[in-house]
Design a protein around this ligand. Sequence first.
Ligand SMILES: [Zn+2]
Length: 206
Amino acid sequence: MVENLTHRKNVYKAGFIAIAINLCLAAFKITIGLISNSLAIMSDAIHGVIDTLSGIIIVISEKLGSTHKFKKNHEKIEHYGALLIAAIIIIVGIHLLIESIESVIEPEQPEYSAPIIIILIISIISKFILGRFLRSTGQKVHSDTLIASSVETINDSIISSAVLLSALIYLVWHINIESYISIIIAIIIIKHGLELIFPHFSKHHH
Ligand SMILES: [Zn+2]
């Protein structure tokens, strides 16, 4: 019983650290997305906000799952809550997808500067370190939730690297691949929404 309690405390602690870091990074990215007029950075920022939201749902549902005595009732609340958030995520994803497809035809010209590139690099490194931390904590306390979100976080750092790459390609060759990166991010966001509705869909991969 005591071991179980320490286990949960570690999961919460790691969850809160992940939420705080993701929230900070999303705020930074929204800011530089607006400054640079970059669709790819904005999409990456929206993805960050959505992952933070999903993280909050995971922590709340783990908390409810451990404290609520009327399990049937709690499952109902959790189920409808998750469905509502999932619907919002899917709508945001579809909206972004349409906007990204439109920008293939009529791309906006982003304006990058050194501080924007530096913030992108910092965000990639922090996501990667956060992913490693979540994985080691997840393995230590045997939490599938933490291990799953560590995989997600490391994948996110790869997506952010693609955003950085598109910025560098634009700076060096003036080729704009931002819209295509945004399309990929929009599809990932829609997938996140679907995974919230059909959790078994993603769990079967383990
Ligand atoms: Zn994600």
